[in-house]
Design a protein around this ligand. Sequence first.
Ligand SMILES: Cc1cc2nc3c(=O)[nH]c(=O)nc-3n(C[C@H](O)[C@H](O)[C@H](O)COP(=O)(O)O)c2cc1C
Length: 343
Amino acid sequence: MLTLRSVTVSPPLLLAPMAGITDRDFRLLIRRLGGCGLVAMEFISAEGLLRRNPSTLRMLHFVDEERPISIQIYGSDPARMAEAARQVEAMGADVCDINMGCPANKVLKGCAGAALTGDLPLARAIVRAVRGAITLPLTVKFRLGLRPEALTYLELGRILEGEGADAVTLHGRTASQQFAGQADWSHIARLKEAVSIPVIGNGDVRCAADAVRMFRATGCDGVMIGRASLTNPWIFRQAAALLEGRELLPASPDERRTLMLDHFREVIVREDERTALHKLKTFTGWYTHGLPDGRLLRRRLNDLSSAASVIDAVEEFFAATATCPPQPWPSTPRGIAAAENPA
Ligand SMILES: Cc1cc2nc3c(=O)[nH]c(=O)nc-3n(C[C@H](O)[C@H](O)[C@H](O)COP(=O)(O)O)c2cc1C
């Protein structure tokens, strides 16, 4: 069991924060499918929050059904980060997370995100200020370091523990690797030995069995899953079943159809037509990855110019495949990386 102060993360399987993806609708979908102990919001700029930037404030919307929910903030000024964390606490989040892993240039230039793995005194000052400002569980998510020849994660982990972080999440890549190569889980095991607060492992969990393998290989206290949840939103439920020694049930075509249409109806209600169309096409690509004839549907979507017509096409696709037997979900396509938003 993973406990962060008064918050129990059960099962200890966490949805990774993904900018442009883990919005309210996606978080709710994951929560309703079951098996996920903590969902995370897209990362939030501390400055955007404090300056009441409308697009930042819009992202901060969540509902009770999502709980427990973690809100991740990023920034480089300790006092501003502390103020942002106070606001995160005031808006009722269950966990406040600090991003020290984003390798996007615009974030690095502002000396935030993964830049903090290269500036440990500043990382310490930020966590100290934030810890002093809130009583919420505080977690920090980071990478191995800026470059393979400058791995700082062990020292950073010890600093964060000393400053009162309640848990740390390690993505087993450096910032310079972006999403290339393979996440190296041996570092997660090393961090687990170096600190006594809970360690959450992250990186390249592509199927439910991978989550179990990560627990066994690293001794970590929780497993965080990102990209694989896009092609297989059931991965949490499946991993939870495996952890309990239960049988894995593949999703039936009908379950997939229901999942997609429920998600899309929420998107259509909340988003403007252009954003909705973009989201529906993107998610259809992920949700139908590896399905027989999924490529035909994806090709057809290229010509559609309204969200309603995408929904019709999805309905027709599933009507035509209604007789197919349940299929295991495929593993994550390697293409889903940081192309859209490299964090
Ligand atoms: C499109 C996209 C957006 C992301 N946004 C964030 C973010 O906002 N904050 C963060 O800490 N990590 C972010 N990440 C990194 C993920 O949280 C996770 O660490 C990474 O994808 C590795 O895990 P995975 O192999 O399970 O996907 C993002 C990743 C992707 C692909």
